[in-house]
Design a protein around this ligand. Sequence first.
Ligand code: AMP
Length: 126
Amino acid sequence: MAVSGRGPYDPQNVFAKILRGEIPCRKVYENEYALAFHDIAPQAPVHVLVIPKGPYVSYADFSQTAADPEIAGFTRAVGHVAALLGLEENGYRLLANMGVAAGQEVPHFHVHLFGGAALGPMLHRS
Ligand code: AMP
């Protein structure tokens, strides 16, 4: 079910559990500010999630309340992961769902990184 993207932060959300090592993930990269792992239900040949280590509900929360070094460290980690996965030559897509209209399901800010194929139109049109 989609979530609002607003606080309070729920420390029992699935990505908080992954960060604490309570449930496994297929890790791609980790540094001081970010963890990247494969999405459990991939929607492209490469579908990786990059999450900040801090407790941010959504992009709104992260962009408004994270410290500058966290924002810089996280942003650089996303780019680093894309390069690490060899996606720079053919290109990739970043996506962050915030709130109900976007269909955000997990209330811990995350960026989807898609690649490995031509990705089609940017948005589904009904
Ligand atoms: P969103 O709709 O933007 O909140 O995306 C949440 C994403 O998290 C979905 O693509 C799910 O497939 C993914 N997901 C949920 N649980 C897990 C998990 N345990 N490990 C990896 N990815 C997950």
